[in-house]
Design a protein around this ligand. Structure first.
Ligand code: SAM
Length: 210
């Protein structure tokens, strides 16, 4: 049986993706410049397995394909978001592994070299769920692999898409991710939304110490 929380989370996000064009959502970015820069700094091989958790129909996968990465997985609780991304990508979509799942139900079948999450982890406001997510990330990232996570900062909004979020300072993110993840880089950055607002994010780049 599907727990009620999961059903409503999925319904919420499917509804968002049915109703709002990509260019109008607060998290929209035609070029996910920060994520791309952080990923390029890791010096991963083009065949390295990468997963974008809560990727929705963001353009990150499109850019990673263009950069020559050949083993890209996009996971999202909303199958509707993934269908939108697939429609946009056309035949290129076949080059990506798509997983429609709540991250808390996802059992990684193989270790990833990179686990990327921009603005999905922060919806897990229940500490037990945040811990469950990080347990999955520990199982899903190979030792020496990387975890890039972007959340709203302590100065960021307290909600996103009508849902409460857990805001993190760099040190709170570091504390939450330990043990197992060592912070390589943490910083704050401002995202400009399509409606002209600004949102402060905290980004952390971690290495999985196993
Ligand atoms: C604010 S959007 C960010 C989308 C994308 N990462 C980006 O940066 O453009 C949050 C995304 O996380 C997904 N999401 C929220 N909770 C999730 C969960 N428990 N498991 C998997 N995906 C989830 C939503 O469907 C949505 O696509």
């Amino acid at each position: 049986m599907v727990p009620a929380g999961e059903t409503s989370r999925k319904q919420h996000w499917d509804g968002v993706y049915r109703e709002k064009p990509l260019e109008t959502v607060g998290w929209y970015q035609p070029v996910p410049a920060i994520s791309l820069e952080l990923i390029s700094q890791l010096g991963l091989s083009q065949s390295a397995p990468l997963i974008d958790v809560g990727g929705g129909d963001s353009y990150l996968a499109d850019h990673l394909l263009r950069k020559g990465f050949t083993d890209i997985t996009v996971l999202d609780i909303s199958g509707t978001s993934l269908k939108r991304a697939q429609a946009r990508l056309g035949s290129q979509a076949e080059r990506i592994h798509w997983v429609a799942s709540d991250i808390l139900d996802f059992e990684p079948q193989r270790p990833y070299a990179l686990w990327h999450d921009r603005a999905a982890f922060h919806f897990l406001t229940d500490p037990a769920q945040a811990r469950a997510y990080l347990d999955r990330a520990r199982r899903g990232i190979r030792p020496g692999g990387y975890f890039i996570v972007g959340t709203f900062s302590e100065n960021g909004p307290s909600t996103c898409s009508g849902l409460p979020v857990q805001r993190y300072s760099i040190s709170a993110l570091q504390d939450t991710a330990s043990p197992g993840f060592e912070l390589l880089r943490g910083f704050n950055t401002v995202h400009k939304t399509p409606s002209g607002g600004v949102q402060e994010y905290t980004f952390g780049v971690f290495v999985h110490r196993g």
